[in-house]
Structures are given as C-alpha cells and as structure tokens.
Design a protein around this ligand. Structure first.
Ligand code: OAD
Ligand code: ZN
Length: 243
C-alpha cells in the first residue's frame, strides 16, 4: 500500500505537514461538499453560505448553520482522525492544516492545528469580534452577549477573506516540510489547493490519500487510493514498526 520510497522518506522526516478536507470526516457521517452526495448539490451555496444571506435572509442562514451544528453535535471523530494524533506524536515537527470546520481534529486530540476555514462550533461578533462557543441546541438568530450586534459563525463564508495569519502559517508549514500528505480533499478550492504545490516546489515528497482521482493526483509523488481511515491506520502501523 505504501511504497518503500515513502516509508524511507517518513523514516528520515523531521517535519511533516498534512492537509485535510471533508473526505476525512465522511466516515464520521459528515457530508462532503462536492460529489454525488455533496452538500453543495443539495443546497444553493450562493443563497446560504454568504455574508449577503446572513444580512438579507438571516433566518434561512441560521436555520442552515444551526442544522449543520446540530448534526455535528452528534458526530464523533473516526479512526482516520485518531490515527492523525499518533502521527502527530511521531514527528518532531507536525502541522495539521484543515479546511474542515467540524472540530473533529480538536476532538480527536491533535495539537498543532491550523483551521483555514474556521470552526463552526464558534460564533464571532460582526461588531466587537467577541468569540463564543455556540450552543448546538440554540435556534433562531443569535446576538452578541457583549454588544448586541449580529453574530456570524466563525467560518469562512463565500466571498470572505481567509484569516491571513493562519494562511501565512499554513504556507510556512507547507514550505518547510519534507513530506506533505493531502487527505480527503478535492484540491479545488484556493488558497488551500496551492499548499501541496508550495510543498512540492520546496522539495517535499507529496502524498495523496483519496479513494477518487483529484486535481492533485497527477502531481503527487504517491497516490493512495483508499479511504482515509484505512490508509491512516495502516500508516500508524508502519510508523510503529519504524520506531
Ligand atoms: P470536497 O467535498 O470538495 O472533496 C471531498 C473529497 O473527499 C473528495 O475528493 C472525495 O473523493 C474524498 N473522500 C470521500 N470520502 C473519503 C474517505 N472516506 N477518505 C478519504 N477521502 C474521501 O471537500 P473539500 O476538498 O474539503 O469551504 O472542500 C474544500 C472546501 O470547499 C471546503 O472547506 C468548503 C467548500 O466550499 C468553505 O466552506 C469555505
Ligand atoms: Zn459584540
């Protein structure tokens, strides 16, 4: 499943960076965005995950986010998330960059996480920036407990800029790693989609874990066509043996 070349690279690696997308949470029951059962096929993105929707149709906007949060409150990390905790512990320097907003990497116990697209379990005030944990049972349109202004889920909406500080750290972690592993992402959304190329451009060995072919596959040094949980638990067994 893993080539001898990759195993040697991992054995000698000091710095490893991982990028995850919706695919790693699929086995926990979180819907992905694209593909046949993708969230964006069922719900019109331009109506829901935007600042305009928050301002013009707040009830619809919050119904959508409250529904996603309610769903997430019942969901647990899977073997793929837990394997990444072991993998983090194995390497001297490890960064987990995620496009997911579902909090499952934190739940599983990873430490050095960069949440590129934010975290859906939190709300941020549109006026004073106050950050609060949201109550998954809450319904309706929430307001800031400090200043009364409207809140926004602490996620990147369509048309929103990314947090530049987090993005800069993700680019840095991509440029210094010896092995970069892209897991469960269609690798179509920028700027996350450029991170593997930054890694490869700086000499990293580029690995992709995804049961389907993606925009990245042709550029990867090694493609593992398996579900994340299977590939990552196997990887932890290999690392155990190398230890
Ligand atoms: P996508 O839905 O675009 O892609 C999910 C990927 O996961 C696909 O390539 C699947 O083949 C793969 N996949 C499915 N099941 C898998 C499994 N068990 N193991 C491994 N891979 C599996 O999701 P993302 O690439 O994460 O942004 O999407 C990127 C961004 O687009 C999201 O963060 C979101 C969306 O718009 C925002 O909301 C800002
Ligand atoms: Zn406020």
């Amino acid at each position: 499943m893993f080539s001898e070349k990759l195993i040697q690279r991992l054995k000698n690696a000091y710095t490893v960076t991982v990028l995850t997308g919706a695919g790693i949470s699929a086995e926990s029951g979180v819907p992905t965005f694209r593909g046949k059962d993708g969230l964006w096929n069922k719900y019109p993105v331009e109506k829901l995950a935007t600042i305009e929707a928050l301002e013009k149709t707040p009830k619809l906007f919050w119904d959508f986010y409250n529904w996603r949060r309610e769903l997430l409150a019942t969901i647990k990390p899977n073997l793929g998330h837990y394997a990444l905790v072991d993998i983090e512990n194995y390497f001297e320097e490890f960064t987990l960059i995620t496009q997911n907003v579902d909090n499952l990497h934190l739940d599983a116990g990873n430490k050095n996480i960069l949440e590129l697209h934010g975290n859906i379990t939190k709300n941020r005030c549109t006026n004073c920036d106050d950050l609060t944990q949201m109550d998954p049972k809450e319904s309706g349109i929430p307001k800031c407990r400090k200043c009364g202004a409207f809140l926004k889920p602490d996620v990147v909406l369509f048309g929103d800029p990314l947090n530049q500080n987090i993005l800069r750290k993700a680019q840095e972690a991509s440029s210094v790693c010896e092995v970069f592993i892209s897991i469960g992402t269609s690798a179509e959304v920028e700027p996350a989609a450029s991170l593997p190329f930054i890694a490869k451009g700086n000499g990293a060995f580029l690995v992709e874990i995804n049961p389907e072919k993606t925009a990245l596959s042709a550029n990867a040094d090694e493609v593992i066509n398996l579900n994340a949980s299977k590939a990552l638990t196997h990887l932890t067994m290999i690392l155990d043996r190398l230890r």
